[in-house]
Design a protein around this ligand. Structure first.
Ligand code: ADP
Ligand code: MG
Length: 252
């Protein structure tokens, strides 16, 4: 029952999209999945069709009280995966918890109580290295890093590696187990160069599956459906389905 944190210190690279799409496809393989929204932007929460302004419990409650907050924070979705959703108020957690001892271990403590029930737990994280990302990293057994197929992405990757080196001093068990190329457009030579460089540098840490740039992935969250439901025959839905197979094999 691995806990996978989806992290990258940069917005718009496909973290939330990957958490949702991969989680749904793993669910369709018959695995029991929990997704956790650790981003106050609530993109993941909205993308499964929940209205963050109408939630009575969320990941915020869990952070305030990991032991008692976790059960009620878990909610089913229409897509056979469970979610611990976020509300906009999550941003306050950083302030409230500042100065609390062990504040980066709250999510870890909460998930330890429920992880036996799930085959995979996927955590979506915000684009900054604040308390919420630290909680994600501390709770995760391994990290999945989306790498946007863009010319500057390798710099971002180097930056993230520095960050993770630091985290590993605190939590030696967390490791990067996969780099995922997202928004790949093979027609451009820049894309090809980035992918080639990533594979040369990181070898088989880079998932064989790459996620193509596909406008359906922009549309799907707006209607609150995962890509595998919204456009099952699209190139991106099929890519995430292949990724689910690869992830199951890799972490299996
Ligand atoms: P992050 O969580 O890292 O900020 P998102 O997953 O929210 O990134 O993706 C940023 C934007 O790009 C969203 O509008 C999303 O719908 C879109 N997107 C994500 N992956 C793809 C893709 N492979 N092709 C096209 N658009 C994508
Ligand atoms: Mg996001």
């Amino acid at each position: 029952m691995p806990v996978i944190g989806v992290v990258m210190q940069k917005g718009g690279v496909g973290k939330s999209t990957t958490t949702l799409s991969l989680g749904t496809e793993l669910g369709r393989l018959g695995l029991k999945i929990l997704q956790v929204d650790m981003d106050a932007q609530t993109n993941l929460t909205q993308a499964v069709g929940l209205d963050p302004t109408k939630l009575t419990t969320s990941v915020f409650d869990l952070l305030m009280d990991p032991v008692r907050g976790v059960e009620s924070a878990i909610q089913p979705t229409a897509f056979a995966v469970d979610i611990i959703p976020a509300t906009l108020g999550l941003a306050r957690a950083e302030l409230i918890l500042a100065g609390h001892v062990g504040r980066e271990l709250l999510l870890r403590r909460a998930l330890q109580l429920v992880r036996d029930r799930y085959d995979f737990i996927l955590i979506d994280s915000p684009p900054s290295l604040g308390l919420l990302t630290l909680n994600t990293m501390a709770a995760a057994d391994s990290l999945l890093v989306p790498l946007q197929a863009h010319i500057f992405a390798l710099h971002a990757m180097a930056h993230l590696e520095e960050t993770i080196a630091l985290i590993q001093q605190l939590h030696p068990t967390v490791a990067i187990h996969g780099i995922l190329m997202t928004m790949v457009d093979r027609r451009t030579s820049i894309n090809q160069a980035v992918e080639q460089a990533a594979r040369e540098r990181y070898g088989n840490l880079v998932f064989e599956t790459t996620i193509p740039f596909n406008i359906r992935l922009v549309e799907a969250p707006a209607v609150g459906q995962p890509i595998g439901i919204y456009a099952p025959s699209s190139s991106s839905a099929q890519a995430y389905a292949r990724l689910a197979q690869e992830v199951r094999a890799r972490y299996g």
